[in-house]
Design a protein around this ligand. Structure first.
Ligand code: KIV
Length: 268
């Protein structure tokens, strides 16, 4: 079991001569239990601030804080021995350079995360540069920015106009120029995301951005069909998780009520 590093991920886009590029597989996880299950199969595990919605039933990601993200990152790192673990910087934790540096360093000092991720393009480039100077591996995140949804009035697909496509390309290039090792492209029109992925040297990880990205990420509870509140168009469900859990629970309750559980072999 060889630990996946930033170098491993970048080599998937730029393999040694003769080898074919290989797409990066990524998924979110918020605890050691699921991280342990995902670790042997997945290249990158993101401790996303999406946990605020899918795990903690808040309407958006904005109220996730450093304490919460550190707690969940520690748990995921206990479960993931092989995968590259990325921790999300929560909203409000990187509003200026001093604060961002202090908070970003906490992920390296208190957890075994391999990198931190923060949202924003051109405007965040100086900050990314500073964090990289401090020895941190940084993952950028451009396109649809969930931490900005209240400001922009919702979850809006990016790149539908020439101007918007140009802006997201410039954002991705600035993030790369600042030293980010990977960049998430969220909610970007597929043709635009493909073009960005071709222009960039660093790998792009898409979510709702089509098949032309260098890798794909989904929120695990969407992918496993555990989150039932809504299902975005870009999600593919690989398991009817909620139905399986519900059916198991019905059988469990029935067994308790009928006295079938526990049986003799389950008793001391
Ligand atoms: O928080 C998260 O899960 C994310 C993904 C949507 C990329 O940032």
């Amino acid at each position: 079991m060889k630990k996946i590093t930033l170098d491993t991920l970048q080599r998937k886009k730029h393999p040694k001569e003769g080898a074919k590029p290989c797409k990066i597989s990524a998924i979110t996880a918020y605890d050691a239990l699921f991280a342990t299950l995902f670790d042997p199969y997945i290249d990158l595990i993101l401790v996303g601030d999406s946990l605020n919605m899918s795990f903690n039933a808040y309407p958006d990601t904005l109220s996730a804080n450093m304490q919460t993200m550190l707690y969940h990152t520690k748990a995921v790192c206990r479960g993931a021995q092989r995968a590259f673990v990325v921790a999300d910087m929560p909203y409000g934790s990187y509003t200026n350079e001093k604060q961002a540096l202090k908070n970003a360093l906490k992920f390296y000092q208190h957890t075994r995360a391999d990198a931190i991720k923060l949202e924003g393009g051109q405007a965040r480039a100086p900050l990314i540069k500073r964090l990289v100077q401090e020895g941190l591996a940084v993952v950028g995140h451009v396109g649809l920015l969930p931490q900005s949804v209240r400001g922009v009035g919702g979850y809006k697909i990016v790149g539908k106009t020439q101007q918007s496509a140009q802006q997201v390309l410039e954002d991705a290039l600035s993030v790369q120029e600042a030293g980010a090792g990977l960049v998430v492209l969220e909610g970007v029109v597929a043709s635009v995301a493909t073009e960005i992925s071709k222009c960039l040297d660093i790998p792009t990880i898409g979510i709702g951005s089509g098949a032309g990205c260098d890798g794909q990420i989904l929120v695990f509870s969407d992918m496993l069909g555990l989150f039932k509140a809504f299902k975005p168009k870009f999600v593919r469900t690989y398991l009817e998780g909620a139905t399986l859990v519900e059916n198991a629970l019905k059988r469990y309750v029935q067994d308790i009520q009928t006295g079938c559980f526990p049986a003799q072999q389950e008793s001391y």
